[in-house]
Design a protein around this ligand. Structure first.
Ligand SMILES: NC(=O)c1ccc[n+]([C@@H]2O[C@H](COP(=O)([O-])OP(=O)(O)OC[C@H]3O[C@@H](n4cnc5c(N)ncnc54)[C@H](OP(=O)(O)O)[C@@H]3O)[C@@H](O)[C@H]2O)c1
Length: 323
């Protein structure tokens, strides 16, 4: 099969389109004929091996998995003997282990769910990591109806889902984005928008009950200044280029300590990939309350360009590779 693969860590130039064996499946695994694969900042991290701490999990000197790509949408081609939830022919979405920038990918069954009926494969591939991260952030922050919530990176992958989910939870949302994304952020449900190129997020004083910080570009003291005295900050993004060892993830790790001082709560979000969350999102997607925002699609051979584009840090929604 054709796949975008590499033998070493590095920039997108290390990737090439090659013919490799179709992956085999274990007892608990599903073989998916890939129709589309989502691109998210995690792909850049796995490609570069930066921050270095990720290499403990994915290969110290060279990547253990040659093919890139985590988010997947496609059709089940085969299932292992222990798979009970899915059958060949099912249309699915979720995250895979063998790399989704390929004609076939394998995934553990508990990382896949039936594709929402109203989504194209491109929309479905855009959803798993970003929407599940957004859902878990909203849940971890314990959002209540009527609360005022600020979302940084509101036009990005996680942020564009977070804004829509917060509306489902009954929150009053202010999105933070750059000038060209203002209309987009309003169109997905934000009542108010802060253009960060013109204003700082604490322009109105301490007024937000919750801040969901996906952009990770503002220092914590500034986030605290925009938050009510007993408000909550959910730290999602660390900024993928910051810090060679932890890449900004130290903020998430330090969150429990940071909550010890003052009345504000700081929680570090570490997304867990679970089919239960995909299934929780499905009725919201099928009812039209949540719709993936697609910025661009790229053909499989152009996946390196998709990653280069995303790495610039300013997508309008999601970037997807079609297979
Ligand atoms: N904790 C977890 O488990 C978890 C899970 C998934 C992702 N993440 C992390 O969350 C972050 C966001 O992921 P994503 O998929 O949403 O990324 P993305 O799609 O690339 O979006 C990045 C967003 O950051 C904004 N941004 C860039 N530079 C900025 C600046 N200087 N000031 C303010 N905003 C700025 C962009 O807004 P404009 O285009 O308007 O500039 C864009 O909306 C990444 O760091 C990712 O690694 C964490």
């Amino acid at each position: 099969m054709k796949a975008i693969a590499r033998d070493r860590y590095g920039p997108a130039d290390v990737l090439d389109l090659r013919d490799i064996d179709t992956p085999s499946i274990g007892e608990d695994e599903v073989l998916v004929k890939v129709r589309a694969a989502g691109v998210d900042p995690g792909v850049w991290i796995l490609m570069t091996g930066r921050p270095m701490a990720v290499r403990l999990a994915v290969g110290l000197r060279r990547p253990k998995v040659a093919v890139l790509g985590r988010d997947v949408a496609g059709v089940v081609a085969a299932v292992g003997a222990g798979v009970t939830r899915l059958r060949p022919g099912d249309e699915v979405f979720g995250t895979c282990g063998s790399g989704s920038f390929a004609e076939y990918a394998t995934a553990r069954q508990h990382r896949l769910a039936p594709k929402p009926a109203n989504l194209t494969f491109v929309q479905a591939a855009a959803t798993p990591i970003s929407a599940v991260t957004a859902l878990q952030s909203v849940r971890d922050a314990r959002v209540q109806p009527g609360q005022r919530v600020l979302v940084t990176g509101a036009a990005g992958g996680v942020g564009s889902f977070a804004v829509q989910l917060l509306k489902v939870y009954g929150a009053r949302v202010t999105g933070v984005c750059s000038t060209s994304k203002i209309e987009l952020v309003r169109s997905i449900g934000a009542e108010d928008v802060i253009d960060y190129t013109q204003h700082e997020i604490d322009r109105g004083g301490a007024q937000y009950d919750i801040i969901i910080d996906t952009a990770g570009s503002r220092p914590l003291p500034l986030l605290r200044r925009a938050l009510t005295p007993h408000g909550t900050i959910a730290l999602v993004g660390g900024g993928h280029a910051k810090g060679w060892l932890l890449g900004g993830f130290q903020r998430q790790m330090a969150a429990p300590l940071l909550s010890l001082f003052g009345g504000q709560r700081v929680c570090g979000v570490t997304a867990r990939e679970r089919y239960e969350d995909l299934e929780e999102l499905t009725p919201l997607i099928e009812s039209g309350s949540v719709t993936p925002v697609i910025d661009r699609t790229y053909a499989l051979a152009d996946a390196p360009d998709a990653i280069r584009y995303l790495a610039q840090g300013h997508p309008a929604g999601k970037v997807v590779v079609t297979v």
